[in-house]
Design a protein around this ligand. Structure first.
Ligand code: PLP
Length: 442
């Protein structure tokens, strides 16, 4: 491949994707994409089908997939148990408009895996669960304010959007502070906060910005002392980090936990798992002035429940998570060797969602789950973004699909051979970028 011509070469072998992109820009305003992560200059490939760790585009190009449905597919594409469960349920009916056994079985599974769960409630997606958690906390505490943490992502609606100063957002009751226990205590002591919310495993896809375990372990006492509900958003990490969620790995029990992604086995879902007294506000026996009415056409729909039950049964033993974590460790180890061999300032780090950092190496952490700097500004340096996007394009052209060159999302369906192939493509992409001048050595 002519190194300076990656865009031309990319387009040359994707003529059908290009035609679809040209149609898409006439219907989808965001440069033809239906979600931000799917925007790319010139365009991302249009996919026809996927299986295991792989997916294929309309022009017949094959990819090792490290997007895995934005993290939802820890079992990989088309896991036979999930496919069978969904196919069987499809034939029985997608929606009865009634209660049914699978929703009970799914909630029982979640309850049995996540210690501290007394009640479960289902939604259509993760942010919907977060929004309801806020409403629950407001009713339960009779307060309005929301305390959040820098760079913690919880969705795009007003109260949860990453940047409350974004156009069109009204989030007067939201305050965002750094991970600082003194600051948390000072804010909570005002007695005005209904809820404070943290992302499980750290900010951005389970830990691009790690969170200190001891910081998290101190939160339950503060929640109790000031009567503020603590929500742990495990939409990404629930059942990815362990059968008990990320919380089980550090031994904490939040008041409320939100779940999503993996818990639905690949179908769209959100859930709240939490304390019975807080979630009691859903009960029709609760006086109307303290009651929440939860509507929702797709809550606990049989098709999603079928996928969720099949997937959660596979998560219970911890084998899926162990295998995924091992593969991620192998990717980090080999990828970091490739970066070091080329004297590139950068590291792959974190857990089963591997993050790429490019920038100054402030120190060598004791293990590669941590980034080589503690400075959030360096990790989020906007100048790093176009370089990673360029890397993402080089990788795509070499058959590796990542989320914007930023995250490599592993599943139990990946293999060591996949990773060897990925590292070859990673090294070739880095070399090509050095040659074209889009990436510099240290
Ligand atoms: C931590 C976290 N919370 C909530 C959400 C929103 O979930 P959903 O896209 O299912 O609404 C996401 C999405 O990536 C997330 O990463």
């Amino acid at each position: 491949m002519a190194l300076e011509n990656v865009v031309e070469e990319y387009m040359r072998v994707r003529p059908t994707s290009q035609k679809l992109h040209e149609r898409a820009v006439k219907v989808f305003a965001a440069d033809g994409a239906t979600a931000r992560a799917r925007i790319l200059d010139p365009f991302r490939p249009y996919i026809t089908h996927a299986r295991g760790s792989r997916k294929w585009d309309v022009d017949g190009n094959e990819y090792i997939d490290y997007i895995m449905a934005h993290g939802a597919l820890i079992l990989g594409h088309c896991h036979p148990a999930v496919v069978q469960a969904v196919q069987e349920q499809m034939a029985k009916g997608v929606h009865y408009g009634e209660n049914h056994e699978l929703e009970v079985e799914w909630a029982e599974l979640i309850k049995s895996m996540m210690p501290g769960t007394e009640r479960v409630e289902f939604f259509s997606c993760g942010q919907e669960a977060n929004l309801m958690a806020i409403r629950l906390a407001r009713v339960f505490t009779n307060r309005r304010k929301i305390l959040r943490f820098e760079e913690n992502f919880h969705g795009w609606v007003d109260e949860v959007v990453l940047t409350p100063s974004s156009p069109g957002v009204i989030a007067d009751e939201v305050k965002i502070i750094p991970y600082d226990l003194d600051r948390v205590e000072k804010e909570l002591a005002s007695g005005e906060y209904a809820i404070f919310m943290t992302e499980g495993g750290g900010a951005h896809m389970g830990g691009q910005i790690p969170i200190d375990d001891d910081f998290v372990r101190a939160l339950p006492a503060l929640s109790q002392k000031y009567g503020t509900v603590w929500l742990l958003d495990e939409v990404v990490t629930s059942f990815r980090d362990s059968p008990g969620g990320w919380q089980a790995t550090i031994g904490v029990h939040p008041d409320l936990t939100t779940l999503g992604k993996c818990v639905g086995g690949g179908l769209g879902v959100g859930a709240i798992a939490g304390r019975a007294d807080i979630m009691g506000v859903f009960s029709p026996k609760t006086p109307p002035e303290r009651r929440i009415i939860h509507t929702g056409t797709w809550n606990g729909n049989p098709l999603t429940c079928a996928a969720g039950v099949a997937a959660c049964k596979l998560y219970r033993s911890g084998e899926v998570q162990r295998k995924t974590a091992q593969l991620a460790a192998y990717l980090r180890q080999r990828g970091n060797k490739a970066l070091k061999e080329r004297a590139i300032n950068g590291r792959l780090y974190s857990r089963s969602i591997v993050h790429l950092y490019l920038g100054p190496i402030d120190y060598e952490p004791s293990d590669d789950t941590l980034p080589p700097t503690k400075d959030i500004r360096k990790i989020m340096n906007p100048a790093m973004m176009p370089i990673r996007i360029r890397l993402g394009l080089h990788l795509l052209q070499r058959g590796i699909a990542t989320m914007s060159g930023r995250f490599f999302i592993l599943s139990a369906a990946h293999t060591e051979q996949d990773i060897d192939q990925t590292i070859q493509a990673f090294g070739d992409s880095l070399d090509a970028m050095i040659a074209e001048g889009s990436l510099s050595k240290a």
